[in-house]
Design a protein around this ligand. Structure first.
Ligand code: WQD
Length: 351
């Protein structure tokens, strides 16, 4: 019988792609999502892609009693939740600077509420969505998991604080198992073109902005800084295909089911790609010209970042398999077929 998993934020970009790989691996995901950034349509399409129905609880992890009730119902129905994948959270660096309390409430208080409900419900395995932003300004590169943790913005601090809370919970309860995944820069989409990144507003991140320029939703791409100490002067990041990232979550669930204690693992390719390299690859792959306008550096950006992904290889037997061309091909197919993203999420029925 396959294991039931609770996926918070499962209707979002990373969540929806992760559901596809969880189901392919034989897991039964149940989604809890407040749909503030996720989409019912995304879940419907994942159901179509996988031929599997996915229960959706539309709600917030901070709602008193909600997660406890979900865990109790699945336990009573002899389908106990074996592991929680916690992907729900807010993630815009700039917004975290202007509205830090929204970030500490959602990301930190929300995770504490989830952990309390898990303890009450006897669920002792967690895969947590963290971010390479916890490392802050590189003291050395590539980032290994031993790099000092010194985030430079409230969003990154929420991820670090949650990691520290999780370490304390594991220190207090030897039977608890936590795998924290430090994502580098996930981009691209499922190769079917049916699901992909669906920013609510104007994208802050590079890749969804490029695809919006390609479909004519944006007139040009602003390149934030061409005076970095990199080969072409533009910022370098470790972009990984969202489908590779999704498989990383499956390996993390497998690992959490056979280990206890806390572990933090980088998920990246181990290679850096500059802004202009990504733009040029996208142009070549899509046949779409991406007009650019050079702008000053964006405050808070670092020159270059890429992962040392050897721990993921060793511990999770995971490595990326898809390159930047595939990320561009799949991201372009999604955007081309869904220029407006998903359908508007139908308002929740009056309760
Ligand atoms: C990448 C590069 C920009 C937009 C952030 C968060 C991180 C994670 C991923 C949540 C940089 C340049 C960007 C644009 C540009 N989010 N750029 N024009 O900043 O590495 O990481 O998103 O987990 O936590 O910090 O990603 O895509 O914003 O920027 O030139 O319109 O693209 O300067 O060099 P970043 P990004």
């Amino acid at each position: 019988m396959s294991s039931y998993l609770l996926v918070t934020g499962g209707a979002g970009y990373i969540g929806s792609h992760t559901l596809v790989e969880l189901i392919a691996a034989g897991y039964q995901p149940v989604v809890l999502d407040n749909l503030s950034n996720g989409s019912r349509d995304a879940l419907r399409r994942v159901e179509e892609l996988t031929g599997t129905s996915i229960p959706l609880i539309q709600g917030d992890i901070r709602t008193p009693g909600l997660v406890e009730t979900v865990l109790a119902i699945y336990r009573r129905d002899k389908r106990p939740i074996e592991c929680v994948l916690h992907l729900a959270g807010v993630k815009a660096v700039g917004e975290s600077v202007s509205d830090p309390l929204k970030y500490f409430d959602n990301n930190v208080a929300g995770t504490v509420a989830l952990l309390m409900a898990m303890r009450a419900g006897g669920v002792q395995r967690l895969v947590f969505s963290s971010s390479a932003t916890v490392y802050g300004v590189p003291r050395f590169l590539p980032f290994t998991e031993q790099h000092p943790l010194a985030p430079t913005n409230p969003y990154g601090r929420t991820k670090l604080f949650v990691e520290q809370i999780l370490q304390d919970v594991c220190a207090a309860d030897a039977s608890f198992s936590v795998v924290t995944l430090r994502y580098f820069n996930p981009i691209g989409a499922h190769p079917s073109g049916m699901i992909g990144e669906n920013p609510r507003d104007t994208p802050n991140n590079l890749f969804p902005y490029i695809t919006q320029v390609a479909v004519g939703q944006q007139p040009f791409l602003k390149v934030f800084g061409v005076d970095y100490p990199t080969e072409d002067g533009t910022g370098v990041r470790d972009y990984l295909h969202v489908m590779d990232l999704a498989v990383g979550h499956v390996r993390a669930v497998d690992y959490a089911s056979s280990h206890t204690g806390f572990i933090a693992i980088n998920l990246g390719t181990g290679k850096g790609t500059s802004v202009m390299e990504l733009v040029q690859t996208f142009e070549r792959v899509s046949g779409q010209a991406i007009p650019v306008r050079i702008e000053p550096r964006r405050p808070g950006d670092v020159d270059k970042v890429w992962a040392d992904a050897s721990l993921a290889r060793e511990v999770l037997r995971w490595r990326t398999t898809l390159g930047v061309e595939s990320m561009c091909q799949d991201g372009w197919r999604w955007q081309q077929r869904n220029p407006q993203g998903y359908g508007v999420t139908a308002p929740a029925p009056a309760s």
